[in-house]
Design a protein. Structure first.
Length: 515
């Protein structure tokens, strides 16, 4: 611990400029024009370093790759004025970085994600998903590779960098590191401390994050949490996300005969579990999408004020329907943004027997449904599970937690195995909280107009342990393009989005700490 403190003090005096050496002053505000000038000076170095970061495999299922990635990140954080340490977990270590200033008015905690989804190289339109490729759209979403030397001729707004984790989430890491480094070089003096937590198992659901946060509560103690992750609004306009839904998963397995049976010999006699499962699932939701399970929407209230704010989000519903290829949305609420304020029930996978060329005339032995539930802040996971069990039982099913015994098969005509797992809870921060005011001021100073304020992001991010254990408000700050193919083959980031993200970092971390 002593060496950690000494290294911190050394970097503090060597890298963070004193007032006498700084170009900035207490009264100076970094204007949008000045931010652009600073970004221009550092962009070539930032892009080159980003390319290097993208070459490092980061599949969270491969711990050795994560360790090599941390070996690369630690000196990069140090070069930007941070002291780093690794927080041990049962899985891959979490990287912690810290940068303190004298007479700090507060402390801001930053969440970044280093790991990425696995890759299937055969599905990528390039030699290697970990060999970043610069491409341009030649029309009809046909991406043609161009030489990196083309950047010397100037930035083409259509240029994109294709590589795994380009947007999710090595892009935000590189933007943060080089944005802070640029402020240091400029001589900017923040009035708040920075703490950074780099998650290395996000794509696994961050199974070790909560325990690590609890065990390091004092180390991570902060006044607010900024999450540089997640997509902006579909319009790609500057966005702040003030919440995210949580996630819980269910697995339902309805049992039939112990072995598949011939549908000719045994049809009309042996019950088919696929029909039973279909009937059970149909009982949970109306044809227009409303969940019928008692208590599923309990606690959800959308105030008049929030409705007005949600109505400001420029969702083109007709275009969304046309692009996605459906006629009518589910009727949970009156708009996309209002719908996201409610918990959702989704069938994410179905299986029973065989299909396609392997199809055969049998009565299957079982049918399985994999379900996810997106939670909102008022959702109580334990109560939801209880309500779901009561609903299933009311439909005439006997619930087990494993394969039924011979006695159970003989006694109960309708048997379903139910298993569930809580991923992480939802969180929600008020628009007018200190962190909300600070971020809005920074983005107005950068862009000249207010950002879109999203009450709740439809997806989920595993930061609820940070919010709940540390008892701090959180806001997500997207710095990539919406259409980035995250989690899919041919993931990418627009080059201008990467550079705009650098400017977002410059604006946010040159904003005074709120009183």
């Amino acid at each position: 611990m002593k060496s950690f403190i000494l290294r911190h003090l050394l970097i503090l005096f060597l890298i963070i400029p004193t007032k006498a050496l700084a170009d900035s002053s207490d009264s100076e505000i970094l204007t949008s024009e000045k931010i652009s000038q600073i970004q221009e000076k550092i962009k070539d170095e930032a892009i080159q370093s980003f390319r290097s970061l993208l070459t490092l495999p980061n599949d969270a299922n491969k711990p050795d790759d994560i360790l090599a990635l941390l070996d690369w990140l630690e000196p990069e954080f140090a070069a930007s004025g941070f002291v780093t340490k690794r927080i041990k977990t049962k899985g891959s270590p979490i990287l912690y970085a810290e940068q303190k200033v004298i007479n700090a008015k507060g402390t801001v905690l930053i969440y970044l994600q280093a790991d990425g989804q696995p890759v299937d190289p055969s599905a990528w339109h390039q030699e290697n998903p970990y060999k970043p490729s610069l491409k341009v759209d030649t029309g009809n979403n046909n991406w043609e590779e161009v030489q990196w030397s083309a950047l010397k001729a100037g930035l083409n707004s259509d240029f994109r960098i294709f590589s795994r984790s380009a947007s999710d989430s090595k892009g935000p890491i590189a933007q943060f590191i080089y944005g802070i480094r640029a402020l240091n070089s400029y001589g900017w003096q923040r009035d708040f401390n920075l703490k950074v937590l780099v998650d290395t198992e996000e794509e696994l659901g961050s199974p070790n994050l909560a325990k690590a946060v609890l065990e390091n509560k004092s180390l991570l103690a902060s006044d607010m949490l900024m999450v540089f992750d997640g997509p902006p609004h579909i319009s790609n306009l500057p966005t702040l996300n003030f919440g995210a839904r949580g996630v819980m998963t269910l697995s339902l397995k309805v049992y039939g005969p112990k072995k598949p049976q011939h549908s000719g010999h045994m049809g009309n006699f042996v019950p088919n579990p696929a029909f039973k499962l279909s009937t059970l699932l149909a009982s949970m939701k109306t044809l227009d999408g409303k969940v019928l399970i008692d208590g599923f929407y309990d606690g959800v209230v959308i105030s008049t004020e929030l409705k007005k704010q949600l109505a400001k989000i420029p969702d083109d519903l007709d275009k969304l329907k046309l692009d996605m290829g459906f006629a009518e949305p589910e009727h949970v609420a009156g708009s996309l943004q209002e719908s996201i304020q409610y918990p959702s029930l989704n069938i994410r996978g179905l299986s029973s027997a065989w299909t396609g060329k392997q199809v055969r005339t049998i009565i299957p032995d079982s049918a399985v449904a994999e379900i996810d539930i997106r939670l909102v802040e008022t959702s109580k996971p334990e109560a939801l599970i209880s309500s779901i069990k009561k609903h299933i039982e009311a439909e005439g099913f006997y619930i087990t937690s494993g394969e039924p015994s011979k006695a159970e098969r003989s006694k109960y005509p309708h048997i379903v195995e139910l298993n569930h797992q809580l991923g992480y809870k939802a969180f929600r921060t008020d628009f007018d909280s200190h962190i909300g005011v600070m971020l809005r001021k920074a983005l107005v100073r950068l862009n000249g107009t207010p950002p879109l304020l999203i009450s709740t992001l439809g997806g989920s991010v595993p930061i609820s342990p940070l919010v709940n254990i540390l008892d701090i408000p959180a806001v997500l700050v997207p710095t990539v393009n919406m259409d980035n193919n995250q989690h899919s083959p041919n993931e990418n980031i627009r080059l201008d989005s990467f550079l705009n993200g650098l400017e977002v970092v410059l604006a946010v971390f040159s904003e005074p700490f709120p009183n």
